[in-house]
Design a protein around this ligand. Structure first.
Ligand SMILES: C[S@@+](CC[C@H](N)C(=O)[O-])C[C@H]1O[C@@H](n2cnc3c(N)ncnc32)[C@H](O)[C@@H]1O
Length: 424
């Protein structure tokens, strides 16, 4: 939760006296070990302002790992947790370059900070007055950004692309239920159905339940009889769903209305890295694969590719093929740039005793065990195998057809991230 900031706090922190005080407080250590002593000293100088000052300095320190140019920003704890990382916000803003954009849930302005660089005019709205005041401080040097306190469900702009990032907390707990988001996803989609719309959603949102695979496709079987209780009733999305990962971790699933994406694209995986490299892949690319025996390598595609349902498209782009149509591991004779490839040394039906014997014969240790599609506890298995040798190995246990199969592999290599850019 953190400290509960008020408008009075924001006025003070934004004033010359507040800025001077923040510079002074930034010189304190403020770790659990020093906190009592630091607070004692600070209270003598800053009295009841101390909590707001200390919280702001601590949040600024945390923000440095997530947000660019936020060393002087104001936040609440929740707002910082909810803020879109700058690398992801910049990627989204680049897709909207040149457009007038209205961020209807702008909070303290993390998306606005990226949009202001790409777009001629940006409007930010939020219900929360204190967050808007913080956004005004954070974007004080952005002449093309205006802010308004408004309910996202009551449109107050015309012609702009609308961006929404509904809050995912309900009653203090995280939720994936579209109805429980704030504002609720079904209402948001209904209110802006005739506008160019971008909605940032949690990667855990079950978009497969309501997103149509092609602009002209019918809902998939099972969608028509959804009940209202599952939160997906009446929802349908015929635009693009973009799954974005940052440094290998899937961060969000973003909905783009049809006017904002290329024809024929309904799924996109975008892989971002903090070194600035990025690539993406869509379902407009071919996804036809040969059926072949495993090649030299096993390849584990980025989570964004898996989550976006683009494993086949990724395989086709890089000349790989699938071990099994239901399993995300791929195989081939080369490893695409920027991913872990596991060179296959041996392949056996998965039974513990022969696997243990094989690994001991190979002087295995340390041992990494990866599983997909099988019910195996990797830690417990590793303890039973007792890999005490000196040659690192990775064992990938997965399902091919009905057979659980173990691939004994060399220690994987990681390609340099600099190679991981778009091939086009
Ligand atoms: C997840 S945060 C947005 C974070 C923002 N995209 C960023 O990167 O900093 C969601 C915001 O939606 C606001 N909100 C919730 N319901 C709203 C509504 N009906 N209208 C406008 N804003 C709303 C909340 O106050 C909160 O600031």
């Amino acid at each position: 939760m953190g400290y509960s900031f008020t408008s009075r706090d924001v006025d003070y922190l934004d004033s010359v006296a507040g800025r001077d005080a923040l510079s002074a407080v930034a010189g304190f250590v403020l770790t659990p070990a020093t906190m009592l002593r630091d607070l004692d000293t600070l209270r003598r100088d800053y009295g009841d302002r101390t909590a707001a000052l200390v919280e702001t300095v601590r949040l600024r320190r945390r923000a440095a790992a997530k947000l660019d140019d936020a060393a002087e920003w104001l936040f609440t704890d929740d707002a910082l947790q909810q803020a879109t990382p700058s690398l992801v916000a910049r990627h989204r803003a680049r897709r909207l370059a040149g457009r007038f954009v209205h961020d209807v849930t702008c909070s303290i302005g993390a998306e606005l900070a990226a949009l202001r660089r790409e777009c001629p005019a940006v409007l930010g709205g939020d219900l929360d007055r204190v967050r808007l005041e913080m956004a005004a401080h954070n974007l004080a040097d952005a002449p093309n950004v205006a802010l308004v306190q408004a309910d996202a469900l009551r449109p107050c702009s015309a012609g702009a692309v609308v961006i929404a990032d509904p809050a995912r907390r309900a009653g203090g707990r995280r939720t994936h239920d579209p109805d429980q988001l704030q504002p609720p996803l079904p209402e948001l989609l209904a209110v802006y159905r005739d506008r160019d719309l971008v909605v940032k959603c949690a990667p855990g949102l079950d978009f497969d339940r309501f997103a149509l695979r092609r602009p002209d496709a019918q809902p998939l079987p099972g969608r028509a009889d959804r009940t209202a209780a599952d939160g997906y009733a009446g929802l349908s999305w015929d635009g693009e769903v973009e799954v974005v990962s940052l440094d290998g971790a899937v961060r969000e699933a973003c909905l783009w209305s049809r006017g904002l994406t290329e024809s024929g694209v309904t799924r996109r995986a975008t892989v971002l890295r903090s070194d600035g490299s990025s690539w993406s892949l869509t379902d407009a690319e071919p996804g036809d694969l040969p059926e072949r025996e495993p090649g030299t390598w096993l390849v584990d595609p980025d989570g964004a590719v898996v989550r976006a349902g683009l494993v086949r498209h990724y395989a086709a782009r890089y000349g790989l093929w699938q071990l099994d149509p239901r399993i995300a591991y791929l195989t081939g004779d080369t490893v695409p740039p920027g991913v872990r490839g596991f060179r296959i040394l041996d392949r056996l039906d998965f039974r513990e005793k022969p696997l243990r014997a094989e690994l001991h014969r190979r002087d295995c240790g340390p041992l990494e065990i990866l599983i997909r599609g099988v019910d195996v506890d990797p830690d417990a298995l590793r303890r039973r195998i007792k890999p005490r040798g000196s040659t690192p190995h990775t064992v990938v246990i997965t399902r091919i057809g009905r057979t659980a199969t173990a691939f004994v592999c060399e220690t994987p290599r990681v390609e340099s991230a600099a190679d991981a850019t778009d091939p086009v």
